[in-house]
Write a protein that binds this ligand. Structure first.
Ligand code: LLP
Length: 444
């Protein structure tokens, strides 16, 4: 049996006609196709077109519950990082599962409020460049926590809060100067990065915050980067934060919250049940240990901001093969999705697994899987081994739920894909496909 057939329950190969599968095994294997829960991806593509993002509600539920189990027994709230995938229906599902949210813009806050009017009570607001209108919107919504990232932002926040006669609960996002082994674009915890305030200057800043009328010191936050799979840096950052909690409490500040940020990585290469994907519950347990051990006995409320680890493996990007072509001895498969739909391979050299929706038995070929955009950087995979596919066949780009649609653009005037949320046998369009008219609308 193909390795890919052992992917987690959300996306697995099945035979569409189990009876036939029993009586004619060899033929049946050619009928094996990739499903999302009990829904055929092939049928979704026919119904809604391609490129198409498909998400599994089941995987999202499972991953949130794995997080909740790993942190059971501690006062902990998961503030899902909206930037990873901000579709309002996904946010609604996460509200139902008990999540709060980490937002980084006024737009993300609006999305959260659209998902649930009262959700602001569990919202933390991070970001190095909060504008006055964004700060005011968050003050009016009475969010849980502002993660302040500079001395200047602190002053602006205090002025806005005084003007609106509101009280802002704040944490400083401290930069712990801890390297995380990840792509340089998504590492954030070193002094050379723009994020947070140097941990060594924190006491001074907290003292200043305490002197400002409309601010209430509530916690400390930290985020060292994304797609981190070695957990040691989380532990080191937390030790530094724990030490700061003790110092600040001695200084007389009421530190109630520690926001440990996001960053838990996923295994983009995972394709069998023995790989990390199915072992997510044990991975998240190990992550929990690295975060919780340094915080022992501190009696704090913990906030977490996972994005990718909740939604990444819950989504695929479905795309259809438009053309096959060879340039010299190089083989290309040109698909109807492009870097504007999923930029991760072009931007971070990310290697997403790509599998045919109808499992074939043909010998694999080595080729480049590319999109129609006019840049050589528009590729999903280079020199990749793929079972033989023909023009018109469907491919699924796996683990595309996080930072896929969220980073999609209209480059080359390409309308963005539709998004579908699958729940068992049912599939719901949660964002319709854009049209060319949508694209032209704002232009006069
Ligand atoms: N909290 C803060 C303050 C963040 O900056 C981020 C991600 C998160 C939480 C969520 O991190 P996660 O759990 O998803 O790793 N576009 C890149 C990732 C950028 C991450 C930015 N910040 C990618 O596609 O890999």
């Amino acid at each position: 049996m193909r390795k890919t057939s052992q992917r987690p329950p959300g996306f697995e190969y099945r035979s569409e006609r189990p009876l036939l599968a029993k009586s004619a095994r060899s033929r049946a294997s050619t009928l094996d196709e990739l499903f999302c829960e009990q829904t055929s991806l092939h049928r979704l593509a026919e119904r809604f077109g391609t490129p198409l993002y498909v998400y599994s509600a089941g995987i999202i539920r499972e991953r949130v519950s794995d997080f909740q189990n790993a942190f059971r027994g501690t006062d902990c709230n998961i503030c899902y990082s909206v930037k990873a995938n901000s579709n309002i229906s996904i946010l609604r599902l996460l509200v139902k599962l008990g999540c709060g949210f980490d937002v980084v813009s006024g737009g993300e806050l609006q999305r959260v409020l659209r998902a649930k009017r009262t959700a602001a009570a569990d919202v933390v607001f991070s970001g190095v460049g909060k504008t006055i209108p964004e700060i005011e919107a968050a003050l009016k919504a009475d969010i849980l926590l502002f993660n302040v990232e500079s001395a200047s932002e602190l002053e602006t926040l205090a002025t806005c809060a005084a003007r609106l006669k509101r009280r802002a609960r704040i944490a400083f996002r401290v930069n712990p100067d801890v390297p995380a082994d990840t792509h340089p674009y998504i590492s954030t915890g070193l002094h050379k990065h723009k994020f947070g305030v140097p941990i060594g200057e924190a006491r001074e800043l907290y003292a200043r915050a305490a002197s400002l009328r409309c601010l209430q010191i509530a916690g400390i936050s930290v985020h060292i980067g994304s797609q981190i799979t070695d957990f040691a840096p989380f532990g080191i950052a937390m030790e530094r934060v724990a030490e700061l909690v003790r110092q600040l409490r001695k200084d007389g500040h009421a530190i109630e919250y520690v926001d440990a940020g996001g960053g838990l990585g996923i295994d983009y290469r995972a394709h069998s049940s023995s790989d990390a994907e199915l072992n997510f519950s044990s991975v998240v347990m190990e992550y929990a240990r690295s975060i919780l051990t340094p915080l022992r006995k501190l009696d704090i409320k913990l906030l977490l901001e996972p994005g990718r680890s909740i939604i990444g493996p819950a989504g695929v990007l479905l795309t259809r093969v438009l053309y096959r072509k060879t340039n010299g001895d190089k083989k290309f498969v040109i698909v109807d999705a492009a870097m504007n739909d999923l930029i991760r391979p072009s931007l971070y050299q990310a290697e997403h697994q790509i599998v045919p929706v109808k499992a074939g038995n043909d010998d694999p070929e080595v080729l480049d899987i590319v999109g129609p955009v006019c840049e050589s950087g528009d590729f999903f995979a280079r020199g990749r081994e793929l079972p033989h596919v023909e023009e018109g066949d469907l491919l699924a780009i796996l683990d595309a739920g996080a930072y896929g649609m969220a980073l999609a653009s209209n480059y080359n005037s390409r309308p963005r894909p539709a998004e579908v949320l699958v729940n068992g046998k049912s599939a719901k369009v949660i964002r319709r496909r854009e049209t060319i008219s949508d694209l032209l609308m704002p232009e006069l």
